[in-house]
Ligand binder design. Structure first.
Ligand SMILES: C[S@@+](CC[C@H](N)C(=O)[O-])C[C@H]1O[C@@H](n2cnc3c(N)ncnc32)[C@H](O)[C@@H]1O
Length: 441
């Protein structure tokens, strides 16, 4: 039986959190469980070339029982993806009640609250932390990595310093590479360097994982004993999507001055942001729909699907606005599944251009530092190329969408027309027709 230790600030009492040996890692994915679990000493890769074997030595966990701890778990997008890859969830940490409520409903693992009160972690192979982006994201406060919320990364460092897992997984917005000259990524990697961790990070886009959402995120994998390049850089599909006619276009109706987040066949990134403020789901234009229905807002069930959760994942947890925030904050489930699969079964890194990572230059979209060898990787954001089986239009048809209100459409159209943004004339005509239809009746 494994334990974590949690001290409540209110009562001052320290309790041992007993980590149950659940029959399944989370109650949604129990059908995907792999068994039996056997430990393996097999090393990866098995190569005939001794130098290559030395370069990329990582232990495969394929036949082992693999356990993870989730910090800043939100509604568990990261953890659910890991579960889908056969990894058991031992402990979850989340202090916002609507999110914690979803976790308790969906996972067979204890959920503890404020990370600052978590004294220790149970032994685990993986510690995963999609730490708060509020101070780093373009839509957030951009106070930076020392901000009140994003600065909580220090709590992750404190916990893994005491009990280093085989793998540490961090996730955040790409702005962490550019904000204040890249100070967030520098802060994270300096701590890892100073404390003897190998690390690699890569920017990937959810749209290549079978969901109809554009969502670029940075995943960082670190280990004191393993080579994270065998996890993050083992897959690359390259190329670009073939141009095709789309039947629906996503955009942010709340914007319109500097950009609208235009997406062809996809919605722009679902946003979460802080606990304060209202999360605003994007809108979608469906050219073939009748006037008055062609400009619409996806339902929350559609939003959950756009993040790779099953529809209804957050049912019963908080208000509709809170549920959009929960969904917008999450890691896209199939992206986490890909990562989990590679943590369990690392692969051989692909052969792409690499150069020395030079201090003072822009942080690249992908980089690594292994045994002091720091490199920038010319690798794309599409490790896999999984096509969505359902178009954005059909997704909204299946999970419903409401017409965008007259006020919202009028305000957006006014801003768009007054801006210097390039726009499709047919789209502007559709907005005018939507306003006319709603005004008429
Ligand atoms: C970016 S979200 C994580 C989303 C999550 N990875 C997922 O896939 O759903 C960050 C989460 O950290 C939580 N959080 C912020 N401060 C916290 C604290 N002091 N203790 C525990 N959780 C905290 C927030 O409530 C939020 O749900």
């Amino acid at each position: 039986m494994a334990h974590a230790s949690y001290t409540s600030r209110r009562s001052g009492l320290t309790t041992a959190v007993v980590v149950r040996r659940a029959a399944s890692p989370c109650n949604w994915t129990s059908r995907t469980r792999v068994s039996p679990w056997r430990s393996s000493e097999r090393r990866f890769p098995v190569s005939d070339e001794p130098e290559r074997r030395l370069d990329y030595s990582t232990t495969s966990l394929e036949d082992a029982r693999v356990r993870s701890v989730g910090l800043f778990s939100g509604i568990g997008g990261l953890e659910l993806g890991l579960c889908d890859a056969g990894i058991e969830t031992e402990l979850l940490c989340e202090y916002w009640e609507p999110a914690a409520d979803t976790l308790r409903r969906r996972f067979d693992a204890p959920v503890v609250g404020d990370i600052r009160e978590l004294r220790s972690l149970p032994t685990a192979d993986i510690v995963a932390a999609g730490f708060p982006c509020t101070d780093l994201s373009q839509v957030g406060r951009t106070a930076g990595i020392s901000g009140d919320e994003s600065g909580l990364i220090r709590e992750v460092f404190r916990l893994v310093a005491d009990t280093p897992p085989t793998w540490l997984v961090l996730e955040n917005v790409p702005n962490m590479l550019t904000l204040q000259g890249g100070s967030p990524i520098r802060h994270v990697t300096e701590w890892l360097d100073e404390n003897g961790w190998n690390w690699a990070y890569r920017t990937v886009d959810s749209r290549h994982f079978g969901v109809r959402q554009r969502r670029r995120r940075v995943f960082l994998v670190a280990s004191k004993t393993q080579d994270p390049r065998t996890v993050l850089f083992a897959d690359e599909t390259g190329g670009s999507s073939a141009q095709k006619r789309h039947t629906a276009y996503g955009f942010y109706w709340t914007e319109g001055n500097r950009g609208i987040g235009w997406g062809e066949g996809v919605v722009p990134t679902l946003k979460g942001g802080s606990k304060l403020g209202i999360a605003s789901p994007p809108a979608v234009w469906i050219p073939s729909a009748e006037d008055g229905r062609a400009i619409c807002r996806p339902s929350i069930a559609a939003g959950e699907r756009l993040q790779g959760f099953r529809a209804g994942w957050t049912d019963g947890s908080g208000t509709l606005g809170e549920r959009w925030k929960l969904v917008g904050n999450a890691v896209t489930v199939p992206v986490a599944k890909w990562l989990g699969s590679r943590l369990v079964a690392p692969g051989y890194p692909v052969d792409v251009d690499r150069r020395a990572l030079t201090p003072g230059r822009r942080w690249p979209f992908a980089a690594s530092s292994v045994a002091g060898n720091r490199e920038a990787w010319s690798i794309g954001e599409r490790p896999v190329d999984k096509r969505s089986g359902v178009s954005l239009m059909n997704l909204l048809d299946r999970y419903t969408a409401e017409p965008l209100s007259l006020g919202a459409t009028s305000g957006f159209t006014k801003r768009l027309k007054a801006s210097t943004l390039r726009r499709d004339d047919r789209f502007v005509a559709a907005l005018d027709a939507h306003i006319a239809a709603l005004t008429a009746g």
